[in-house]
Design a protein around this ligand. Structure first.
Ligand code: ASP
Ligand code: MG
Length: 429
């Protein structure tokens, strides 16, 4: 039986030192029946997004240059890890992956989301190939699993945001428990999956590797998932933006879902449900200080802990407002039209506010989606929008405002909404 899932994100494998650190952590726990879920190295996914765009929007030359940056970056890590051995077999394996990737980039006339998934998925394929080789070299025997054969997309689910077909996914993943041999660590890719026929790759949405870890944990009936991060566990605010953060040692699944929903990037919002359904503990632990206690998320509410205010900032928001052209009220009929369009376009509203003649909501910026929304609704509604905004949420604000006041200083509040426990602001500059 596989008992534990360790998820290592991009930052934890961003260079050769980071990979060596991962190997030390894994080696220490190698008899604990672990499956590793690993992301693309560092900012590779961003780089690959640029590569696809350049291949599609410009000429092949620009695309090839962008791809070369990705190849050079990985080659540097390989040479560092394998003592400059330019003949190491891993170079051959990684080169074949890059050749496959190039072929997929050179195909023309494909739907953008489809081509994105066929290409960007190579970030994870390459990273896990390198890390598997390195772990084997460190006497940590590993078995490489192609996540595209295990995490199977639901029929008709969309590219770049695929949903698993749970029955098929469970059928395939649960076999791993029977095949498992203690002492052999399984390693697979986060973020990616495949169609049931094995012909196409899909991705689960940016930062989706946490979700992958939860999918495997759920289907394997694992005991716990550990997300290894560059912070000391769950904090009540992003230390890159707030000077005084506090560690949250323990919270319940539902509190964690709330935080992730508002944009706490520490956990992908879809991660909690598959864990909650099976009562699997989630730990958030520092890969820089692996001896420090992790933060723990489980089914036990912790009313005292949940009094601590949390501050969550989500950038790159677009606020869009609709008013019926015929001055009819913003009634259920109009609301239905607008939300049907959101549903069709896969737009998720982060905050919604209505008045007699207006509906406003903000969503994560995506120019194609915004364009689609305007095209679908402009005949019936006057539509205004504002881009480049920030959504700021304070959870449990009633207990303290101070850090929030500091953040709000000098910013323009475009929309504000509060419930008993949570206050949200959409902010411009
Ligand atoms: N590599 C993917 C991303 O950067 C998935 C992940 O890191 O979770 O979005
Ligand atoms: Mg990441």
């Amino acid at each position: 039986m596989i008992r534990k899932i360790y998820k290592f994100g991009g930052a934890s494998v961003k260079d050769a030192d980071a990979v060596r650190n991962l190997a030390r952590i894994v080696a220490k726990h190698k008899d604990e029946d672990i499956l590793l879920v690993v992301s693309a190295m560092g900012k590779t996914t961003n780089m690959l997004e640029k590569v696809v765009k350049d291949f599609r929007d410009h000429n092949g030359q620009l695309g090839i240059e962008a791809l070369k940056d990705v190849i050079d970056y990985h080659e540097g890590i390989i040479l560092d890890l394998f003592d400059g051995d330019t003949h190491h077999p891993v170079i051959e394996s990684v080169s074949s992956l890059f050749i496959e990737l190039l072929e997929k980039l050179q195909q023309t006339g494909l739907d953008y989301d489809y081509q994105y998934d066929q290409t960007v998925s190579y970030g994870e394929l390459v990273s896990t190939t390198i890390i598997q080789e390195y772990l084997n070299r460190c006497d940590v025997p590993t078995r490489w699993l192609d996540a595209r054969k295990y995490v199977i997309a639901k029929n008709g689910s969309v590219y770049r945001s695929a949903n698993p077909d749970w029955d098929e996914t469970r059928l395939r993943i649960s076999k791993l428990n029977e095949e498992h041999i203690r002492g052999i660590i399984c390693i697979t890719q986060g973020f990616i999956g495949g169609t049931a026929d094995g012909k196409h790759s899909v991705t689960l949405g940016r930062e989706g590797s946490d979700y992958t870890a939860a999918i495997f944990a759920n289907c394997l009936d694992a005991e716990e998932v550990t997300i290894w991060k560059d912070v000391d566990g769950l904090l009540n605010a992003d230390p890159k933006r707030f000077a005084e953060t506090v560690k949250i040692p323990h919270i319940s699944y539902s509190e964690a879902i709330e935080l992730a929903f508002y944009g706490a990037t520490i956990i992908h919002p879809k991660t909690i449900k598959p864990l909650q359904n099976k009562g699997i503990t989630l730990k958030v632990q520092s890969f820089l200080n692996p001896d420090h206690e992790p933060s723990v998320i489980d089914g036990n509410p912790d009313p005292d802990m949940e009094k601590n205010p949390s501050y969550i900032v989500k950038d790159n928001q677009t606020l869009v407002s609709f008013s019926p052209r015929d001055y009819s009220f913003m009634d259920e009929h109009n609301l239905r039209m607008i939300f049907a369009a959101c549903d069709d376009l896969n737009i998720h509203a982060n905050v919604i506010q209505t008045s007699a003649l207006m509906l406003s909501f903000c969503f994560d910026h995506d120019s194609n989606k915004l364009k689609g929304l305007i095209e679908m609704l402009r005949e019936t509604f006057r539509i205004k929008y504002n881009q480049g905004l920030t959504l700021f949420t304070i959870r449990h604000y009633d207990y303290s405002y101070t850090m929030g006041d500091e953040f709000l200083k000098g910013k323009k509040i475009l929309l504000q909404q509060s419930s008993r426990s949570t206050v949200q602001y959409v902010l411009g500059n």
